[in-house]
Design a protein around this ligand. Structure first.
Ligand code: ABU
Length: 504
């Protein structure tokens, strides 16, 4: 009978709960069917493959009409969305750094959405603000910045809508620390701020420079070595080069787990350089920050206890649902000083409680989604031990991927030995196997292979893996396994699938 009913039959438009319950139970049933089907390993990642925009436009009526649609039609639309969606929680979706559907996170999101709170003030989100304060202090403790008790008072942090925004916070905080006058006066003549970053840093660092008035021309990049790591010596050379040009380097950006290779820059060595020149050091650990969770991998971030700021995204390696990114900073008041606007209708100074718990004025947002509950629930559910096992198991699977591929030469060839979970490889079809690799023609032809295989893959909808060029390397695949649902059998099936799709 939902066919006859509309939103007017739901609370709060009626006080009768009957239709609301039927509607919500039907939604939960639909979600359960989706999740069950998605976890059948041989089911497609995209049913009937990726369609054209015209086909999707035909399947949905995206236009908004004057009339309302029935509750039945609402559910029918949702059903169609779940039918046609790219199933990024599927065990054979290895396309992106964030993958999977985590039931604890899902519950966190449902509760969050039911509450529909806004993080900006303690008075409307008291428990969530205290939860965020505690988890961020715990994360700073994972970095070894101090003990939890002290970190509740020292240092700071914020949950942001994605790693790019966390990196924007880093450049903003560093800029404010070096040039507090810019907040009021803008960049005045005589100031020549510049940033030095690794060439493999996430593109959001350059975008932050554009947003914050530094200018992308004033972001100086350092080439990494073949394994994707920058050296402290090269960073220092670049800082000196900038100084000779008359620039003042206020920010150095490096990465713990680069996006493509998964490389970890040598933090400890670069800390020494930054301290020598009194420059803010930011580490983007959006991807690799979670290596801190296992005693077996935390050495990858050696030196993290001495940096100024750190990006760490639980929505990548901690299986927390999008979006959940954190920006952690050692300096207690910089975020507030850089962003505070004293909006009198929200952040009244004469409130009856501790107003430092009103986190809104230290962020670049006003309204802010509650991202903390799903993270807190996920961490409580697993404990430190559970997350350590999670990271170790993912690494073991990545290693299995690497070893399996390594045995499949001449069809598969590694780009680099994986420094972390990222497995980067080429598929070499028979037509290329006997061509001299030193000829320019070889790379030109190899460059076309991954996009061609990906096209066939997307048409079939059987699996999804990403590809890209990087530096002098022609297009290659980057396989990421961050979904605990992906098994060794899936890995073998996906390697076989690429081989099948890669025929000449
Ligand atoms: N740096 C954002 C995520 C990139 C990726 O999933 O490949």
């Amino acid at each position: 009978d939902l066919d006859e009913q509309t939103y007017k039959n739901l609370i709060p438009y009626t006080s009768n709960m009957k239709t609301t319950k039927t509607f919500l139970y039907a939604t939960i049933d639909m979600i359960l069917r989706y999740i069950t089907e998605m976890n059948e390993h041989d089911s497609p990642v995209i049913k009937n493959g990726l369609r054209t925009p015209a086909e999707y436009r035909k399947m949905f009526t995206f236009d908004i009409d004057d009339e309302s649609i029935s509750l039945y039609d609402i559910l029918a639309n949702c059903e169609r969305i779940l039918e046609t969606t790219v199933r990024s929680g599927h065990p054979r979706f290895i396309n992106q750094l964030s993958q999977g559907v985590d039931i604890i996170s899902l519950v966190g999101e449902i509760i969050t959405s039911s509450v529909n709170a806004n993080m900006f003030t303690y008075e409307v989100a008291p428990v969530f603000n205290l939860m965020e304060e505690s988890v961020l202090a715990h994360m700073r403790q994972c970095c070894g910045w101090s003990n939890k008790e002290s970190l509740l008072k020292n240092g700071d942090g914020v949950l942001a809508p994605g790693g790019a925004v966390s990196n924007l916070y880093a450049v903003l905080a560093a800029r404010h620390y070096a040039y507090p006058q810019i907040k009021k006066y803008g960049i005045q003549s005589g100031l020549h701020p510049a940033m030095v970053i690794s060439k493999h840093c996430h593109y959001s660092m350059k975008r932050a420079a554009a947003i914050l008035g530094i200018g992308t021309d004033h972001v100086y990049e350092v080439d990494p070595d073949e394994s994707g790591r920058v050296s402290a010596e090269k960073m220092e050379e670049k800082i000196l080069y900038c100084q000779q040009l008359g620039f003042s380097v206020f920010f150095v950006g490096i990465t713990a787990g680069t996006t493509v290779f998964g490389a970890f820059d040598p933090i400890e060595d670069i800390v020494a350089v930054c301290r020598k020149y009194k420059i803010w050091l930011h580490v983007d650990g959006a991807w690799g920050g979670s290596a801190l969770l296992s005693p077996k991998t935390k050495h990858l971030l050696q030196g993290i206890d001495k940096v100024d700021s750190f990006t760490w995204n639980p929505h990548k390696l901690m299986s927390v649902h999008l979006q959940c990114s954190t920006f952690l900073i050692r300096h207690s008041n910089v975020l507030m000083e850089a962003n505070q606007m004293f909006a009198g209708y929200l952040f009244q100074p004469d409130k009856h409680y501790e107003t430092s718990l009103d986190t809104g004025d230290k962020t670049i947002q006003c309204g802010r989604h509650v991202d903390i509950l799903k993270l807190w629930l996920g961490w409580k559910a697993r404990g430190q031990q559970g997350y350590a096992e999670h990271i170790e198991t993912l690494l073991e699977k990545a290693n299995f991927f690497y070893e399996t591929i390594s045995k499949r030469e001449p069809f598969f060839r590694m780009v680099i030995k994986p420094p972390f979970i990222n497995v980067c490889f080429w598929y070499i079809p028979p037509s290329l196997q006997n061509i001299d690799q030193t000829l320019p023609e070889y790379n030109e032809r190899l460059n076309k292979i991954a996009p061609r295989i990906k096209e066939r893959m997307m048409t079939n909808g059987t699996m999804m893996v990403g590809y890209q060029r990087l530096d002098h390397h022609p297009n290659f695949f980057r396989a990421i396994i961050s979904n605990p649902a992906t098994t060794k059998d899936d890995i073998i099936a996906m390697i076989d699938e690429i081989h099948e799709l890669g025929h000449d």
